[in-house]
Design a protein around this ligand. Structure first.
Ligand code: NOJ
Length: 513
């Protein structure tokens, strides 16, 4: 387990939308490098970059044409290597996005696999042996290629599934998980990982990590075995490299697959949604962090605690603000509500992730779809730096921008919020600094619930520290023996301590120690 994860706070960057350094309207690697001081000053010491590889961009770059080539629109391999070096100089690690489950249908491997004559890549993707037979229960395409078969999709129609084999094989054309062609796919993906690790990257966020072996069992044990094999390569050759999975089943991903971290996603299970996004279930918004929503923290804990207890000795659950697939928190939360969420995020166990722009409360924008984003596009608009043209994102003409910038007169910017000590940005900086300041707030330090009921004070212990949170609009008190002798270490809102009780003002959070 890489030691550095204990104190890691990640910042996710969607590359086309962060900073356009060459003025062509789309963000680039040199733009990210130029803004690394901002990331460092925020307190983030690790980055996750969405895919930066050659791609036709029918799915924001998750449709890879060449795993070992930087997309020309983002720059060159030399730019990426320089980004790694500049980040490392500032104490920032960099994770790239690994997409192991599928490629673009323009990838050379896939083109070869489509030929009528068998060749080295015939078994690289999931193909049936007959063009008139489908794949029960799975999406597939037939009749488009020379090869007499149908091929399976892993996501959009342009993303054919790579072949890691089938656990439960019901057809002759299904490869076994240890068939040579399935093993060759796995080795090809390890080769991609080594390629970038050898050039200075610090690990990977793994896309759809649970999707590799088809007809896997309910524990996804055959897929997990592949990741354990990858983990042993890392332990042996790259012990400082980190892996975070898009799996959202920490027991399977961490305990089974050996991932260091697994995301606590919004679209699998409902723990995250009960905190920030209860509106997705329909009806009244009962999100816990919405002031006076009547939300109940126990709905989150019921989901989170068993997962935490089951995995805490082996890895970390990663909570986040949102990501490039999900609505930004500002869609429904006010700045004050977000401040409390950040204080909570930075004091919970596991490794937290901040999505670019959430630290200033960027809006979920109403914009047309771009590159297969659909409703996700609203969370992918350009970073809002300052009040120079295009909010400091790019000097290109507005009509040439990757996505429109927020043109509202009150659009939030990092520069404005720098000036205001009470801004969301400065509050986020404060809580990230607090996290770095106490060993008891690190990813692996102990966590125990002290008090949890509805929107009353939620109190939890981290080592010897106590965190108390009142998201509601009315002052709330908590009395507990564990508060005795404690002092206020850091506060957002208002808190008063006396003997064995704390009085928290409306919408307040305090760290006691
Ligand atoms: C999850 C990624 O986060 C998403 O953006 C992408 O479209 C799918 N996986 C397919 O790769």
């Amino acid at each position: 387990m890489p030691e550095w994860l204990k104190d890691a706070v990640f910042y996710e960057i969607y590359p086309p939308s962060f900073r356009d350094e060459n003025g062509d309207g789309i963000g680039d690697l040199n733009g990210i490098t130029a803004r690394l001081d901002y990331v460092r000053d925020l307190g983030c010491n690790a980055l996750w970059l969405n895919p930066v590889f050659d791609s036709p961009f029918l799915d924001g770059g998750y449709d890879i044409r060449d795993y070992k080539k930087v997309a020309p629109r983002y720059g060159t391999e030399a730019d990426l290597v320089r980004l790694f070096a500049e980040a490392h100089q500032r104490g920032i690690r960099v994770l790239l996005d690994l997409v192991p489950g599928h490629t673009s249908d323009t990838h050379a491997w896939f083109q070869a696999s489509c030929r009528a004559e068998p060749n080295e890549y015939w078994g690289r993707y999931v193909w049936t042996d007959h063009p008139f037979a489908g794949i029960a229960g799975h999406p597939y395409i037939s009749g488009m290629k020379e090869r007499a078969g149908s091929y399976m999709l892993n996501f959009f129609a342009s993303q054919p599934a790579l072949n890691y084999g089938w656990l439960n094989r019901t057809e002759a054309w299904m490869s076994a998980v240890d068939a040579p062609e399935a093993l060759a796919t796995r080795e090809a993906m390890k080769d991609v990982m080594r390629y970038w690790l050898d050039r200075g990257c610090d690990g990977f966020r793994v896309d759809m990590a649970d999707s590799l072996v088809k007809n896997d069992d309910e524990n996804k044990s055959a897929t997990a075995a592949i990741w354990r094999d990858v983990r042993s390569m890392l332990d042996r050759d790259y012990p400082e490299a980190a892996l975070v999975s898009e799996w959202s089943n920490p027991v399977q991903a961490i305990n089974g697959g050996g991932f260091h971290m697994d995301f606590y996603l919004d679209h699998v299970g409902n723990g995250y949604n009960t905190l920030l996004r209860d509106y997705e279930a329909g009806g009244a918004d009962r999100s816990y962090f919405r002031k006076d929503s009547g939300g109940d923290i126990r709905r989150f804990l019921d989901d989170y605690l068993p997962k935490y207890e089951n995995t805490r000795s082996r890895g970390y659950i990663s909570m986040f603000t949102c990501n490039h697939d999900t609505p930004r928190p500002a869609r429904t939360l006010s700045a004050d509500e977000m401040k409390l969420y950040f204080a909570f995020l930075m004091t919970m166990p596991g490794v937290p992730f901040v999505y670019y722009g959430d630290e200033i409360g960027m809006k979920y924008a109403d914009v047309p779809t771009r590159e297969g984003g659909y409703q996700r596009t609203g969370s992918r608009t350009p970073m809002q730096w300052d009040h120079s043209p295009n909010l400091g994102f790019s000097i290109a003409r507005a009509e040439d921008l990757y996505l429109p910038v927020d043109t509202a007169p009150d659009a939030v910017t990092a520069a404005d919020q720098e000036q205001d000590p009470e801004s969301l940005l400065n509050t986020v900086r404060k809580w990230i600094a607090v996290r770095h300041g106490y060993a008891d707030l690190q990813a692996d330090a102990s966590f125990a619930v002290l008090s949890a009921a509805g929107q009353e004070v939620f109190a939890y212990q981290r080592g010897k520290l106590v965190c108390v949170l009142n998201p509601s609009g009315t002052a709330k008190q908590l009395r507990a023996g564990q508060l005795k002798g404690k002092k206020l270490l850091s506060v957002t809102g208002k808190a008063e301590l006396s003997e064995e009780s704390v009085l928290l003002g409306p919408q307040s959070f305090a760290l006691l120690g």
